[in-house]
Design a binder for this molecule. Structure first.
Ligand SMILES: [Zn+2]
Length: 427
């Protein structure tokens, strides 16, 4: 079959398989793959692998032995399936994470029931990102079933632990060559960035704990001690008057959505000082000798981690010069480098072109405010040709009553099929 004329029947076939996309999304939602701790990873991976093996794909399971959280009770099982084309050529890889976050409060439907109502499938992970995975699977199956002679290879992986950093999932596989050339050339991650957006990357992250130190004394004579909480309030004042305005003034070429995230940002995740919480009785009168905050600093591709850390340290050192008795400790907790694919590269342009063809409107090229597994494909796999594209609505991720639109899944499956054909058959 000719590739140019071959695409129309495949698109009709994907449309005819709407029910299959819905059923697969429901099936995946019904595995409560909550992370942490990593529930139901094995049965979900085996279900996923068995489905793709039925299409003649070569299926391999890789357990991330020794990864954080990996145990016999909660094994970190990843599954990778590969379809070999009729002759040599590039490889397009679809990667989705099978884990979901905890349900939390506020649900009005069963989070693991897979309810279908008003053109939507509901459940934890429907949007982020089992609906996207189902769309990719049906797109690839329709391509294989068409019998069209495609060069190269198509891969689909279902990986774990994305929600906790991806170390037992994509990072583990990337370290072992699963996300590098020559095995893979283009990676599409069907994360929920909206059906008409092509996401080319994400900002960086730096988490740190900052502690101010004081000296304990009787609370009726605070002048005999030195309050770590007052020192911390001076830190927070500096943030308000110096750091936050500086971050807001920093502009980026990264097209981050929503627009509020198109600058450097910092959240204070927690603050704690003085006596331990969770004690029900009366407190005792003490001047706090320690106060701690955990910060979540998101940075741009124009910044680097060392300068972000240095900026914080110099702000604290400045306070040490200004305030008598000011002492602090700063401890790194976690960091991720920003990642951004070339918006004019093959995977971004092929997907944007496919969006235009299927949806009849221009694709928006965006970056994600938070990180996802692209970081590992980029930094460990050394593959820049990686984007996120999927049907879910970004804002619904991790929320109660999370859902994915059925029409969006069908449309995105078509986009994925067209983009795959394009990438495999480009000269
Ligand atoms: Zn996700």
């Amino acid at each position: 079959m000719n590739i140019q004329t071959g695409i129309e029947p495949i698109l009709r076939e994907i449309e005819a398989r709407e029910g299959e996309i819905v059923a697969l999304t429901q099936d995946l939602i019904r595995f409560p793959t909550i992370n942490p701790p990593g529930e139901a990873y094995r049965p979900c991976a085996e279900f996923f692998g068995a489905r793709l093996a039925r299409r003649g794909m070569k299926v391999e399971y890789v357990r991330a032995e020794g990864a954080p959280g990996d145990s016999d009770k909660y094994p970190r099982i990843n599954v990778i399936a590969r379809h070999e084309g009729s002759r040599p050529g590039p490889c397009v890889h679809f990667n989705g994470h099978l884990d979901v976050v905890q349900t939390g409060a506020g649900w009005t439907v069963d989070p693991f029931g897979g309810l279908v109502r008003d053109g939507k499938v509901y459940g934890r992970g429907a949007c982020d990102m089992k609906g996207g995975i189902a769309a990719a699977v049906v797109a690839v199956e329709a391509l294989i079933d068409s019998g069209i002679e495609l060069p190269g290879a198509i891969e689909i992986s279902g990986t774990v632990d994305e929600e906790s950093g991806g170390y037992g999932g994509v990072a583990y596989l990337a370290e072992r060559g699963w996300f590098s050339k020559p095995r893979v050339d283009h990676v599409i991650i069907p994360e929920p960035l909206n059906v008409d957006r092509v996401c080319i990357g994400h900002r960086g992250v730096w988490w740190a704990e900052i502690e101010t130190l004081g000296r304990q004394a009787h609370g009726s004579m605070p002048f005999l001690g030195d309050s770590a909480i007052r020192h911390m309030s001076a830190v927070l004042e500096k943030f308000e008057h110096q750091l936050y305005p500086a971050l807001a003034a920093r502009h980026s070429d990264m097209p981050v959505v929503p627009a509020g995230a198109r600058q450097s940002t910092m959240n204070i995740n927690s603050i704690h000082g003085g006596e331990a919480e969770h004690f029900e009785g009366l407190p005792s009168p003490c001047v706090a000798d320690s106060c701690r905050i955990v910060i979540d600093r998101r940075f741009l591709i124009e910044e680097d981690l060392a300068s972000v850390q240095g900026e914080m340290r110099s702000l604290l050192d400045q306070l040490a010069g200004e305030r008598s008795g000011f002492r602090y400790r700063m401890r790194d907790l976690f960091s991720v480098q920003p990642s951004m694919a070339d918006r004019n590269g093959p995977v971004a342009t092929a997907t944007a072109k496919a969006v235009r063809r299927i949806l009849g409107r221009e694709a928006e090229i965006v970056c994600s405010p938070g990180t996802y597994d692209q970081k590992h494909v980029d930094r460990i796999g050394r593959l820049k040709e990686c984007i996120a594209y999927g049907p879910g609505v970004l804002d619904l991720a991790h929320q109660p009553d999370e859902w994915v639109g059925i029409q969006d899944m069908v449309d995105s499956a078509k986009v994925m099929a067209v983009a795959t054909m394009d990438l495999l058959t480009r000269g």
